[in-house]
Design a protein around this ligand. Sequence first.
Ligand code: ADP
Ligand code: ZN
Ligand code: ZN
Length: 673
Amino acid sequence: MSQCILRIALDTPLHAVFDYRWACEPGARPAPGQLVLVPFGRREVVGIIVAVLDETDVPVEKLKDALAVRSQLGPLSPHWLALAGFAAEYYQRPLGEVALPGVPKNLRLSTTVALDRAIKKLAKLDPGHDATPVDMPVLNPAQQAAADAIGSASGFSPILLYGVTGSGKTEVYLQACAQVLAREPDGQILILVPEINLTPQLEGNIRARFPGVMLATLHSSLSEGERMLHWLAAHQGQARIVLGTRLAILASLPRLALIIIDEEHDPSYKQQEGLRYSARDLAVWRAWQLKIPVVLGSATPSLESWHHAQSGRYRKLELRERAVQQATLPAVKLINLEHDKPRDGLTAALVEALKLRLERGEQSLLFLNRRGYSPVICCDSCGWVSDCQRCTAFMVLHKGEHKLRCHHCSLEMRIPRHCPTCGNVDLQPLGRGTQRIEEGLQLMFPQARILRIDADSTRRKGSAQEAFDTVHRGDVDILIGTQMVAKGHDFKKLTLVGILNPDTALFSQDYRASERLFAQLMQVAGRAGRTAQAEGGSPSEVLVQTRYPEHPLYGAVVKHDYDRFASALLAERRQAGLPPFLYQAMLRAEAPELAKALAFLQAARDCASHEGVTLNDPIPMSMTRVHNVDRAQLLVEAASRPVLQAFLKDWLAQLRDMKARIKWSLEVDPVDI
Ligand code: ADP
Ligand code: ZN
Ligand code: ZN
């Protein structure tokens, strides 16, 4: 027996790795990347070995013995450890806090799970080889060129697949996958989608297209058992295709050969708590690390990716036409709310258009922007509004449950019978949520089959899928929904999209709001007219209700002109010195009193030495109070990413040394400012 030192990452907020002793036969040393059980404080926890050493500076009397190396599970690869290491450094978090959550909980239990039994279950994922493959549709020339370009790319090749809605990007992904799978007999492909529940279509397509290929899925609604199974299938290389949401970017994929990120512009790729990473950015890094292609697909690419494509860092592949013959992009019309005053949220022009679709048996979709449009209760006589007692936010009316609810802290209360300030009994909802639109429509069109899809109506697991199935079956005439309905769906019978309230986003203080609004409008408009216009059917159209029809953003939507809009926005950003021409980080602090949070940020600002870095003044966050806690922020900016990174590293070490008794956190590349 001989001794070695295991350097181990543990899931703790401490910025450190920990050394333990381990006795083993010479030549039988554990490998970095193996899971290991160690005593930590009064507990026993599982960590990951990051290095195996002969000696350490830690004094001998402080060294404890590791308890067990989990050798049934093959080690995580050096590439994977490097990925976790990069993410930890870039986002300024401890390595263990990044790496351990990347491994399923069941493998991190202090008692060993019977891995062989687990592993046997993997057979369940095995699709078998008796299924017959579905024919690949013949690609149009633009699709074929794109699929070939991706399929034959080698080395680190970031590719922006810019294709209008309905241009058949999915088909391009699938055929590029087929080429890669055929060329690399062991190769694995990672496909990321913004929300797994909204894309069973894609999962179905993959299964039908690649019947002999094992597919693993990784997303947050799997049970722990399922998650372990799918994770192992990826880790052991059996799963050739892994489909998942942002968290799948940290999956262990020993033979990764291609990464595809569908709807790469989607904000869901950014994790908004804990390790606030961008799965898209990590994907590009991972592709760079492994020298493999990465495809970013979108009809409305993020300005970051568009900028890289324009500057030649990313290769741009374009699909300018819809894939289905005679399916044309819908005509977008602006309805001026000054001239056509809405009743129950709907203008006369939109009501007429709905009527026509109902007569013809076609589907319509009404889209509401959730932000700034939830119904709150207000008092006409004194101006009282239902604001939350704990947050800088309004409580939102949920009529079916007879409740007001705060969407930030979840505080609930009964709908008051009279105004708490003046006693007025006639309290009215202000603003029109999806529920009110639904009620108004049902009165207007009693025969119509109306379905509402939003976060409230789909809380139960699986209910979103049921709802979308109903739409696909054609059992719905009018679909009402929020952001959820805008993404990716291929609704075949939809010929009308009404956009009810887009204007609020025009005046947001967040400089990204117009980029998001544009993407959202193009996405939701793209749900219409996806099949050839039927004989005698209505041409597909999109009606946008707005008070600002002259706004250039709407002009660009009418022309389906992403290119020009993106160029104009980029020029603005360059001039104003905003990302992607500048790099940012946000330090946030929270305390029961605002002054304390601000004082901490001011102290942080004062202790910084900063060449090439700008530290702005600490300010209260726009939603200052949440759950009785006040929040403030300090924006840090630099023209160079390495300069910002180097600064943050030193600065955060200083901040940790301050040992301030206040909750604070840092976000690198923040998206909500
Ligand atoms: P996107 O993701 O670009 O919005 P989809 O991949 O959903 O577009 O494709 C839109 C529609 O076009 C789908 O119904 C798809 O089956 C169809 N489609 C794609 N490629 C072809 C093709 N080459 N021939 C016929 N139909 C196609
Ligand atoms: Zn609240
Ligand atoms: Zn009142």
